[in-house]
Write a protein that binds this ligand. Sequence first.
Ligand code: FAD
Length: 427
Amino acid sequence: MWLRRDLRLGDLPPLIAAQEAADDVLVCFVVDPRLEKSSGPRRLSFLFDSLRDLDDSLSGRLLVVRGRPEKEIPRLAKAVDATSVHVTEDFSPFGRRRDDAVTEALGDVDLEAEGSPYLVSPGRVTKNDGEPYKVFTPYFNQWREHGWRAPASSSLSTSDTVDPSDITRSGRIKIPAAPVELDHPAGESAATKRWREFVDDDLAGYDSDRDRPDLDASSRMSAYLKFGNIHPRTMAADLGRSKGAKSYLRELAFRDFYAAVLHHWPDSAWHNWNRQFDDIELDTDKDAYRRLDAWKEGRTGFPIVDAGMRQLAESGFMHNRVRMITASFLVKDLHLPWWWGAQWFLEQLTDGDMASNQHGWQWAAGTGTDAAPYFRVFNPETQCKKFDPDGEYVRRWVPEIDTDDYPDPIVDHKAEREEALRRFRQI
Ligand code: FAD
């Protein structure tokens, strides 16, 4: 059983398949130096802590190695005489390339993929003519109709696990220490606990409160979902039919939608999904980098933007509404490339995810599928009044807000809005 973005033992279909294929299962994880380099310290902390949690659940029998999977997996398969290698299917462009390379290197041993990190796997829901959906609402209707399986009842006892210390030259490494501290604990048991708390305390009010960054009313499940500490199927099974539940399910559908969009258009990870925007005028000079730094550091003089950017830098999380506001600000008020902002988010976010992040950005930039129309420019002040009515969120992250230490706005929103519209009209 080769774990990747499915760091749990419960509701894990490939684990059941592995147990059906052999009496004893070796559970392993390959730390890939390429991902280690691009992951950002918080995602690495979350990964390593999740691995530690799993290793504890397996009484120290999780085998962690470091290297290129196409070398390490065939080597381990040979070492334990594996008849097959079992994984959860990965649909990201990087994951697909990696798995193709591993399949080839494994030769006669099959790489068997089952399940995915989604309720409905990318590619399953298409229009009648087989074309992928570009608009969310019809996708969502079809997605609900498609449905998903009940949670799989998987588990693994230590006695059915291969002990890595019995493998000569296993290449085992100690699970690395977390480079930074996290604001929420990682791992399967923490994910289950957080989910229970949310269902008991906040699900009922989710529909009305989810847009309010001051209320802490969202589930904070995103990092657990990203690393597969829990499967969304397990969560969906607890939802029920309340208004809050319906609204929550819609958000899980957004996660699936963006994964499907990235699956069908892999280039959209770093390029405009709507290529008509390739010609829009962007600022990339020295002054653009100065504005980028002010944005990153939360010194733009726009309170809701600065609060969000500081929450991100200090905690590795930002509320969804504020992600939309700060992203819109970078693109429409500062005229910078959306991928500059997306890169910073990926570096900082614990839940940083190629599909949700890049397409969240393309939504805000107006360049994505079913995106906010480019000409609809968020006004940071109005957004702040509406979604942080008492200014509580802003004061939490920008304590000097009412003092002379707080900077003046770095741009004039009204003028930059006009400038954004001028650039839009040009294309
Ligand atoms: P909840 O409101 O409790 O939502 C429940 C779950 O639904 C989330 O955990 C998430 O898995 C999913 N979800 C909710 N909203 C969205 C959405 N708009 N798109 C996709 N899935 C969604 N989400 C990430 O997981 N990783 C990212 O890197 C990421 N980057 C984003 C960048 C931008 C510019 C924007 C606008 C959104 C981004 N999102 C990202 C989506 C969303 O902001 C987060 O999923 C959410 O804030 C996580 O908090 P929560 O778990 O408390 O959310």
